[in-house]
Design a protein around this ligand. Structure first.
Ligand code: PRP
Ligand code: URA
Length: 210
């Protein structure tokens, strides 16, 4: 598994405002979208492309185009939905599929409650969006689901990860083509499975549930 922890002052600045408990939902949503666009730049470094030639007003120019089959972007509902616009802004031709997952707050086990994905993901490059990588349970279940459908290459874009969750994803995906791009690697998980210092419940903060 490849892990890229973003190291850029703009990303850290935006994450700092996101973490602040006094940041209201509208600002939180706008910042989450901006952050994803910055992280997507790194996450798409390995996007599959093919050489093309275009005719400029002056001459022919060699260039690159995103190749077929198109990348599949998969936000994990609910909180991952807040990352979708930021991602498709950068890759507007991507196809979008959805996975709805919720973590049981007592057992911390993920449950898939909704799915809207192409049946056959053979040879597809997938980009999973989920802001919080805490125990890693949700991300492992999502990655397993995509590989079981035939995906060959999964890149996950997260805002914040806990070291325990990263280690769990690494152990569970050994030997498969998995990349994690994350805005910050935090200190630990607390006894309730929340990332410390983290930002609290990402879904609640995005959608004003608190
Ligand atoms: C949050 C978050 C991740 C998951 C991470 O979702 O968006 O999907 O928890 O936790 P894990 O790494 O321990 O699995 P939640 O289950 O709260 O659902 P929501 O997006 O609907 O708020
Ligand atoms: N899910 C969240 O939204 N936040 C955490 O800190 C952990 C899981």
């Amino acid at each position: 598994m490849r892990v890229h922890v973003a190291d850029h002052p703009l990303i850290t600045h935006k994450l700092t405002v996101l973490r602040d408990a006094t940041t209201p939902s509208p600002t939180f949503r706008a910042l989450a979208e901006e952050l994803v666009t910055l992280l997507a730049y790194e996450a798409t470094r390995g996007v599959r492309v093919e050489e093309v030639v275009v005719t400029t007003p002056v001459a022919q120019a060699k260039g690159l185009a995103i190749s077929s089959p198109r990348p599949l972007v998969v936000p994990i509902l609910r909180a991952g939905l807040g990352m979708l616009e930021g991602m498709v802004k950068l890759v507007p031709t991507a196809e979008v599929g959805f996975l709805g997952m919720v973590r049981n707050e007592e057992t911390l086990q993920p449950d898939i409650y909704a799915e809207r994905l192409p049946d056959d993901l053979s040879n597809r490059q997938c980009f999973v969006l989920d802001p919080m990588l805490a125990t890693g349970g949700s991300l492992i279940a999502a990655i397993d689901y995509l590989f079981a459908r035939g995906a060959v290459d999964v890149t996950c874009v997260c805002l914040i990860a806990a070291p325990e969750g990263l280690a769990a994803v690494e152990a569970a995906t050994a030997g498969r083509e998995v990349t994690i791009v994350v805005g910050a690697l935090d200190e630990k998980l607390n006894e309730l499975g929340y990332i410390v210092p983290g930002l609290g419940d990402a879904g609640d903060r995005l959608y004003g549930t608190v």
